[in-house]
Design a protein around this ligand. Structure first.
Ligand code: CMP
Length: 140
């Protein structure tokens, strides 16, 4: 078992539903440690950069419009196998297909407005964490 860090973003839909506290509580109750936390608002350019791996997908413009449409809350979570564990807790990309009790089932609206993002691999986490946080801000 490896101790890993992963990046989670609470997306504008879940922020506007006042679900930030509930979502952080779910992660903490499941044993994940909060290492860094901030609320921010991405520009369209920021969102395009963050999701650059999806640049050729048909939903890239919709996704980056949505992600820059309102405040987001970014955090770094740490724990054993945190990358796959957090992906389990958030559920499938499409909330309609997500398992009962997962964050996307509880708070997501559709495949675009799906409440949260989480790093999908150690390689992604290595790029995504420094996108939002400097080393000085990862303190928990
Ligand atoms: P996320 O985990 O943030 O990573 C990429 C995002 O693209 C994904 O969650 C979805 O919100 C979004 N996405 C994936 N497929 C579609 C789609 N078919 N239409 C709109 N957005 C999508």
């Amino acid at each position: 078992m490896a101790i890993e860090q992963t990046l989670v973003i609470i997306k504008p839909d879940a922020v506007s539903k006042n679900a930030v506290g509930d979502i952080i509580r779910i992660f903490q109750e499941k044993g994940l440690k909060l290492k860094a936390l901030k609320m921010t608002k991405l520009t369209k350019e920021d969102a395009k950069k963050f999701y650059i791996v999806h640049k050729d997908r048909p939903f890239y413009d919709e996704l980056t419009d949505f992600m820059s449409s309102g405040p987001v809350v970014a955090m770094v979570l740490e724990g054993e196998n945190a990358i796959s564990y957090v992906r389990e807790i958030i559920g499938a990309t499409d909330p309609a297909k997500a398992a009962e009790g997962t964050i996307r089932k509880l708070y997501g609206t559709d495949v675009g407005k799906n409440a949260v993002h989480a790093s999908d691999s150690p390689e992604s986490a290595k790029v995504e964490i420094p996108f939002f946080f400097s080393q000085l801000e990862i303190v928990g």
